[in-house]
Design a protein around this ligand. Sequence first.
Ligand code: ARG
Length: 467
Amino acid sequence: MGKLWSGRFSENSSSLLDEFNASLNFDKKLYRYDILGSLAHAKMLYQQGILNEEEYRSIVDGMDQVLDEIEKGDFTFNISDEDIHMAIEKRLTDIIGDAGKKLHTARSRNDQVALDFRLYVQAHNEIIRELVLKLVNAFVFVARENTQTMLPGMTHLQHAQPINFGYHMMAYASMLKRDYERFESSFKRNNLSPIGCAALAGTPHPIDRNLTAKELGFDAPTLNCLDTVSDRDFALEMLFNIATMMMHISRLSEELILWSSSEFGFVTLSDAYSTGSSIMPQKKNPDVPELLRGKTGRTYGNLISLLTVMKGLPLAYNKDMQEDKEGTFDSVETVEISLTILTEVIKTMKVNKERMEEACKIGHLSATDLADYLVEKCGIPFREAHFITGRAVALAEQKGCDLSELSATDLKSIDNRIKDDVTDYLSIRHSMNARNSEGGTSTKRTLEQIEKIAEWITEKEKEIAKR
Ligand code: ARG
């Protein structure tokens, strides 16, 4: 049997064309969504009196067999069938005969592929959100254990002000919560059914798009068929959401790489998630965060690639759009494994509290606190306080110690308005806890942030359980 569309052709297509034109090698991933879509379409055709009961039943049984063959690996994927839609329809017709030929009534591959791909994106949107939640949970777990663990907060990668490690973890929890919400909002916006749009203009057959939409778990049918068969925004949103989240993951990875170096020594990554060197026996390399950082690049590429494919296309469907799938599959698979492994890395890493606290004695982290003390306790204008603090820093440098290690006598020698209580203000822990404004690093405020995110996680977990 020739191609399903071969009626107007008198010559067979070249095998070179088959190879170039076909998407079957990669869109076979969509088989389950294609079958789901066909079953919903057939049910609607039957309910609308377009298929009789016998035809409908044989389509259901035939599809059952096709699904079974694919899942067992017994299905022969033949590249001359071009894509998964035609491969499945052809096999169905081989099995059940004429009823199979009626399935494509009131449908085109244009709305069929729009449906299959959207079902794929929506399903993976839910999977990704579950994985994000697990990662945020891991941050919360580490944060709870470390609201008193001091480390130098940095700007320009220079010691700036002391913070606690729980606070640092909660910064990532906050980013990933926003990422989750981006996926959530894309899911809601795009939960509309493309099927029934046919080639571009709708169909003269008396179909009911509400029935198929409901059957497939969509909120409603899409509004305009011309737009629907041309639209790949839903995939672009997915690619953008993934790229943005990978950017966050990459920043964390960079920190993990720095923190696990001998210079920092702030964390030790578990052996289970580290690798060795083939030549240097002493080495333990942070390959996982390095790969996460590296893989971020391809998720950006996939986004730019699809944006570029789409930018010059006249309405409606153009074959260029077949290029939408491989990059999207790649980004989805990349982010799913990345989230899974990163969660394990975070849960199993050892936090070296002493090394972090030791590092707080470098860089005069409490300099701002001394200036604040001079303003608050001594009534000195901030500019002058800034200058006096600079002198105190110079004295500490001269003595080869940290500002927090100067005695009250040392400090009083710089300005006689300074009192004995100054040393309390200069302790690193005092400095951290003094930043007690909303969203700040104090242990109290960090705990507040942890509680808020923990409540949010519980709420989302309930939503997921209801799915
Ligand atoms: N394999 C095609 C794709 O992935 C399916 C749609 C084909 N539609 C068409 N009119 N040729 O985009």
